[in-house]
Design a protein around this ligand. Structure first.
Ligand code: ATP
Ligand code: MG
Length: 351
């Protein structure tokens, strides 16, 4: 067990790192952020900050030697440079390596007994044509690596557009996925402790717009509620097979014939932000507990109705009105420029 007073290293300095740091403080931990940017928003609430590239092996080793345990809040990190700090890293590099390659991820999900949407590996336009043959149209094409918030994705609606879509996505390795006619989306946010204990948060209904999470809400509705047990079985099996320590999120499509895995995030997740106010232990506190070897906290609900709305781009300009709303728990990430599509904050309401 890593006792309070120790220092937790967080690789990645975005809003997830910021909320992890804020959750580490009440447990008496200090946080050291590692990020290549000049002033990442997590560094504003951390005791120490190392500014270095994610593949700077020397800086990573120096950083790790100043920390008692190291975690990450961002999955598109190069895995190779982490080899020398692997003994301090929780979760380990297996979770990272699997989650950052959509093909490796889908194969892994299948091996773990999970059910992803039908997919094909794509290394060129001929593979796209073969995927159209096998899966039908429309198809969604996603870059195998580096996608987030719906970036690096394109829909293929006509076989005439194969070449255009291949170019549009930069001629990079892709995965082709069957278009899923889902009824709803939800995720399983779980924590796995060092001893293998699993704790599951309630599953919200997740509403996306243009590939980006707009809102999470509870109750999630009868269809999702009926599928949560099976989804937890799949997500738990994935966590176990990864020997994952910490919070892990698995996104699901709720379909008429049961849940389909969309993707894995080896970390705290936007669809779990509501737990800060809505659960006895937040996903952030739970992650800190898991990686330090503390007992996992209670995931009990504090309210029966919860909504979490993201503040995306210039929606952040509504902050004065939201700050005056007595029913709104306002979270601003301190990120600076409100570029379109950028997650700037969120608002949670319990009712
Ligand atoms: P994030 O980082 O926000 O989770 P991402 O860039 O990794 O997003 P995905 O989760 O793969 O992207 O897709 C984003 C959204 O696009 C999904 O939540 C869903 O609404 C839609 N989508 C993705 N794949 C499919 C599919 N095969 N069929 C139908 N809709 C899809
Ligand atoms: Mg997603």
């Amino acid at each position: 067990m890593i006792a309070p007073g120790a220092t937790i290293g967080i690789i990645g300095g975005g809003q997830l790192g910021r909320m992890l740091a804020l959750a580490a403080a009440p447990l008496g931990f200090k946080v050291h952020v590692f990020d290549p940017h000049a002033s990442p928003c997590a560094a504003d609430v951390a005791a120490s900050f190392t500014r270095a590239a994610f593949d700077d092996v020397v800086a990573l080793e120096r950083f790790a030697s100043a920390c008692d345990v190291v975690t990450y809040e961002f999955e598109n990190l190069p895995v190779g440079p982490l080899a020398n700090i692997a003994d301090k890293l929780r979760p380990g590099t297996a979770s990272l390596a699997i989650a950052q390659d959509r093909c490796a991820e889908k194969s892994f999900v299948e091996e773990a007994g999970g059910r992803p949407a039908s997919w094909r590996k794509v290394d060129g336009p001929a593979d796209i044509a073969a995927a159209v043959e096998a899966l039908g149209l429309p198809l969604v094409l996603k870059t195998r690596r580096d996608g987030y918030d719906g970036k690096g994705q394109a829909w293929l609606r006509s076989a005439d557009d194969v070449e255009r879509v291949w170019q549009e996505l930069g001629g990079r390795p892709l995965v082709a996925e069957k278009a899923i006619d889902f009824e709803a989306e939800f995720s399983v946010v779980l924590a796995r402790g060092e001893d293998g204990a699993l704790a599951f948060f309630e599953s919200t209904r997740n509403i996306h717009e243009d590939g980006i999470l707009r809102r999470s809400e509870l109750p999630a509705g009868a269809l999702i509620e009926a599928q949560v047990a099976e989804a937890r079985r799949q997500a738990g099996a994935i966590a176990e097979r990864l020997c994952h320590i910490g919070v892990l999120t698995v996104e699901f499509f709720a379909c008429a014939d049961g849940p389909l895995v969309n993707e894995i995030a080896p970390r705290v997740h936007n669809s779990g932000h509501w737990t800060i106010e809505g659960a006895a232990t937040s996903q952030f506190a739970q992650h800190i507990r898991a990686i330090t070897g503390l007992p996992l906290g209670s995931t009990a609900l504090r309210a029966t109705r919860v909504t979490m709305d993201n503040l995306i781009g210039d929606e952040i300009d509504r902050w004065p009105e939201l700050a005056a709303d007595l029913d709104a728990a306002l979270h601003l990430y301190g990120k600076g420029a409100a570029r379109p599509g950028r997650k700037m904050g969120h608002v949670t309401r319990l009712g």
